[in-house]
Structure formats: structure tokens, C-alpha cells
Design a protein around this ligand. Structure first.
Ligand code: AMP
Length: 381
């Protein structure tokens, strides 16, 4: 059986790597001829909204899923008319719009950072005035890895900065802007869960995430030292979201923790970088569970493998020297086959064990390694 995936990046690649042992095969659609899922499955090269490319994607395919949420509505509609798709176009539509996400979260009783929308320069000035400084101005759509957002700090005369934010962010396809109160959070968390076609739900242990420059750097699971009530709140919240959306597949919700209070930041209707540790760190990975869910198969256990702990670090911009990386005891290395570029996610590494400090110490070694010489990894760069 062939599963179709819109997008051929590392998430599609890891979905395929998880599905091959289940006897599945994969076909991905991506505009880039060197999309890395093409190393492990069939690749159709074309635009996401090109009907001919979509036709090639779904030929002989009964089920199509997505590695990203910014699917053009026309493509989602076309796919829904020609194949079974999961998650649903509604979940995708909400996941690509920060305003709709916040409205959903609020309707489910979850706190969100104070916010206002702004569709013009004048409205942006008003919105910043109402939300107050410091704040974060974001595009409603098409933001990722810290792109599409500008932080405004507390200052006496913010008018010029607000104008600059408008110039930097407003543009076609962004859906207008949203101004969010800057949350002085203690920690960032994410909750990842799968819901099967039969409505069964499996929630992974809560994850703690650390970002720099808007890009995820390190995830640790289970999130250390989180009060039991917070874990219960996150669990109940993701279940409510899955039920409300009648969702099928893996859903990720990013959260801020301030004191004992959770605030919801955004959701990703897909497998997520903060769940890469599940490949070795849990009994059944987010990738396998996403496939199980969308195929109507029983979900696998989301418990920590061997009742342990896991730490994942991203490999960003440039890879470390390969032999040095592989010499780190217990480190599971995932290089995605992408060529180096500043800020680009090229791979990740996961350590699993029983001692939190020891696991973190090995993961921390990764950042201290020398960078790879050109050609060290055997692919471009
Ligand atoms: P996002 O694209 O919304 O996930 O934002 C990327 C990162 O920017 C988050 O993971 C936070 O580290 C930071 N960030 C985003 N929104 C806020 C906010 N309202 N307050 C504080 N930090 C934020």
C-alpha cells in the first residue's frame, strides 16, 4: 500500500522510515527536486497546487497526509475530492492561521497570550497600544522557525519600530498580522498526541523545549520537574482539541508555562520537531503512530521506552564532524541528507537513558564538536 505525503522534507522522510517496516511505501510531492524524502520513497516534483502534480501523487494512492500545515486550500480541496486525506482540511485551515488557533484554544478553555489582529499600519499601531510593550508581532499565516515575527521591546517612542514591523511582515499571503503580549514564560512545553480513526487517543509524555532565534534547539522528555497538575492540564487540553476537531493523526500543541499556568501558543496538525525523540525514546514513535492513526490501525504505546528519559538536540546550519559525533556513546544520529545552510535543520541526535543529568551531558557534547569538513557526510556539503 502506498501512502501519499504532501511535502518531501525530513518529516516526510521520517514518516517513510517509520512506515517501511510496516510494509508501507511512500510517494511525496515537493517542488524541490532534491527533497530528502526522495531518498526513501518516490518523489513527484511539482508545485503543491499544480493539478498535474497532484494527479501523479494520488495515482494508486488511497490515503494522503501532510508534513506541513501551509497547504494551499485549493490543493487540500482537490486532494479531498480524489483521495482520503488526514488530518482534515479543517484542522489544516486552523493550523495555518494563528487567529483561528487562538480562537479554538480559548473555546476549549485554554488561556492564550493577550492578542489583537491588525490588517493595516494604523491598526498595528492601535493593536500594539492595546496589547502593550513588550509584544511580538506575527504574520497570521506562513510563519515558521521564528520567521514572520518581530519582537517589540519596551521603549518610549515605539512608532518607528511599529512601522518597521509593518514593513517587514505585511505582504501577500500573510493573512494580516497578529500582535501578542510577550509572555515572560518560565519554560516552553509541547504536548503531542495521536488520535485514531476509531477515536482512540494516545498522549506522549510532556516535552520541554528550548528555542534560540525562534528555532528549536533541544527537547527533553518527560519534561523535568513539571507539577502533576500541569501535566494533567496539558493532557486534558490536547484531548479536548483532538475531540473537538474529530482529528485523525498526530497533533502537536506548543505551550508556555508561567508559574503553574499553561498558555497555548500554537498547534501543528502533524508530526513535530519536538517529537523526534520518540523514535528511540518512546515505545512507538510519533511517525509510526501518525501512520497507524491515519490508516485506521491500533495506536502504539506512547510510553517512554524502558521507562527512561530522552533528550534531543537539533543539528542546525552545519553538521558536526561525522566520526566525532558517532563516537558519542549512546547517541542516535539522524542526518537528513540536506546540504548545509545557515539556520537550516540538517539533522538531530537523541540520547535515551535513565539518568537525566547523564543523558543531558552526552547531548550537550554535540555542540562542542568540531564542524564537518566538506564531503565528510558524503552528500552535498
Ligand atoms: P512561534 O512561531 O509562535 O512558535 O514562535 C517561535 C518562538 O518564539 C516560540 O517558541 C517562543 O520561544 C517565542 N515566542 C513566540 N511568541 C511568543 C510570545 N508571545 N511571548 C514570548 N515568546 C514568544
Amino acid at each position: 500500500m502506498v501512502v501519499g505525503i504532501l511535502g518531501g522534507g525530513q518529516l516526510a522522510r521520517m514518516l517513510a522510515l517509520a512506515g517501511l517496516p510496516l510494509g508501507l511505501r511512500f510517494r511525496c510531492l515537493d517542488p524541490a527536486p532534491d527533497a530528502v524524502a526522495g531518498h526513501v520513497g518516490e518523489l513527484v516534483v511539482g508545485a503543491y497546487d499544480d493539478p498535474e502534480a497532484l494527479r501523479l501523487l494520488v495515482r494508486g494512492v488511497r490515503l494522503v497526509t501532510f508534513e506541513f500545515e501551509n497547504v494551499p486550500a485549493a490543493a487540500a480541496d482537490w486532494l479531498q475530492a480524489h483521495a482520503r486525506i488526514a488530518p482534515s482540511p479543517t484542522a489544516l485551515a486552523i493550523g495555518q492561521d494563528r487567529l483561528r488557533e487562538k480562537q479554538l484554544f480559548r473555546s476549549l478553555g485554554m488561556a492564550v497570550p493577550e492578542f489583537r489582529t491588525a490588517d493595516s499600519r494604523e491598526q498595528l499601531h492601535t493593536a500594539v497600544g492595546e496589547v502593550g510593550l513588550p509584544c511580538v508581532v506575527k504574520t497570521r499565516r506562513l510563519g515558521y522557525d521564528g520567521r514572520g515575527q518581530v519582537r517589540l521591546r519596551a521603549q518610549e517612542r515605539p512608532a518607528a519600530t511599529i512601522d518597521a514591523a509593518w514593513e517587514a511582515l505585511a505582504g501577500p499571503g500573510t493573512g494580516g498580522l497578529i500582535v501578542e503580549q510577550f509572555v515572560d514564560f518560565d519554560r516552553e512545553l509541547s504536548v503531542i498526541a495521536a488520535r485514531g480513526r476509531d477515536g482512540s487517543i494516545a498522549v506522549y509524555p510532556l516535552v520541554e523545549n528550548e528555542h534560540a532565534g525562534g528555532i528549536l534547539r533541544r527537547s527533553r522528555a518527560p519534561a523535568p520537574d513539571v507539577p502533576a497538575r500541569v501535566v494533567r492540564d496539558a493532557d486534558a487540553f490536547v484531548r479536548a482539541a483532538l475531540e473537538h476537531l474529530d482529528y485523525t493523526g498526530v497533533l502537536t500543541i506548543e505551550l508556555f508555562l508561567r508559574g503553574d499556568t499553561l498558555l497555548a501558543n500554537e498547534m501543528a496538525p502533524r508530526v513535530h520537531n519536538s517529537g523526534h525523540w520518540t523514535i528511540e525514546g518512546s515505545v512507538c514513535s510519533q511517525f509510526e503512530n501518525h501512520l497507524r492513526a491515519i490508516l485506521g490501525l491500533p495506536l502504539g504505546s506512547t510510553a517512554m521506552a524502558g521507562d527512561g528519559v530522552a533528550t534531543m538536540v537539533n543539528l542546525i546550519g552545519e553538521l558536526p564532524a561525522r566520526a566525532r559525533l558517532l563516537a558519542l556513546a549512546g547517541l542516535h544520529v539522524h542526518a537528513y541528507g540536506k546540504s548545509p545552510r545557515a539556520g537550516r535543520k540538517l539533522g538531530h541526535a537523541t540520547v535515551v537513558g535513565h539518568d537525566r543529568a547523564a543523558v543531558d551531558a552526552i547531548a550537550a557534547e554535540v555542540a562542542r564538536l568540531p564542524l564537518a569538513a566538506p564531503g565528510d557526510w558524503g552528500f552535498a556539503g
